[in-house]
Design a binder for this molecule. Sequence first.
Ligand code: BGC
Length: 349
Amino acid sequence: MTKQPFGKTAAGETVDLYTLANSSGVEVSIATYGGTVTSLKTQDRAGRIADVVLGFNDLDGYVKATFYAGALVGRYANRIAKGRFALNGVEYTLAVNNGANSLHGGLKGFDKAVWAARELPGGDPALELTYVSQDGEEGYPGKLTVTVVYTLTRFNELRIDYAAETSKDTVLNLTNHSYFNLAGEGNADAMDHVLRVNADRFTPVDAGLIPTSELRPVEGTPFDFRSPMAIGARIGQADEQLERGCGYDHNFVVNGKMGTLRDAARAVDPKSGRVLEVLTTEPGIQLYAANFLDGTAIGKSGKPYQRRSAFCLETQRFPDSPNHPDFPTSVLRAGQKFASTTVFQFSAA
Ligand code: BGC
């Protein structure tokens, strides 16, 4: 593991960039700003290396960008309707930053925090990041201590272990917001990637992308990715859900038991043969087809990040869970320990 300076925030905090490498040619860089995965290099079927995540060459790029590229997202990833929820009979109000709703933790979410970093001893390179979110920060109750360990394993996995504890009952949803293009970042279109999602159901949304509470079978809809299918094959269909999301921007209900690490999704770039497999202990996974990228952000290799030039697979609690008693709970009680794991495994076929 190597460490280099990555600049200073406007508040004068020092930001570092750690690079983890394994013996089979996978290399990942992580900035302490937002715990952001800034680069992820993997081999194609001919052994050629490409950086498969969107991002920027310097801190300024991340400070200015508004699309959470590669970042750790919290305290509540995804949306909370109208920025309101009740817990233990108390109403909490959050900043509204996405139409009428609160998105990705509010105005200054975990993606904009500088995390404390520590290299963990042992076999595979592992970086531990810690952030303490104060009681009342962005409107959320409880002082929350979050620890995220990124491990690059010898099996070409980027393993992300999340842990948290709170001083008061709170709500919590943590994810990593990497944008993947397995042909290499900067390629203009990622919709030819072939995707499989291990989900029989998804959570349809209203016009503001808030779940309606229904768990709808994917059967017979453009959300059926149980057999591999190009992401773009049905994205333009006349479908109310796709219209509401401007494409895929939906949470899928991962089959199998929440809390057990299980298959969630697999994406293949047919040209390069690069494969990404996603495993998670979380109940949900958001497929976001980068519908709102518009070419204004210029990425690491000088190319504009176009609409749908990447996709995100954000493992998570369901969006707006604090307002849906039937969804798996996102409440973390004082004294409880939160733990979840997501694995991004890379190979070539
Ligand atoms: C959301 C999108 C949003 C994107 C970037 C995704 O997780 O679902 O609606 O545009 O993050 O903020």
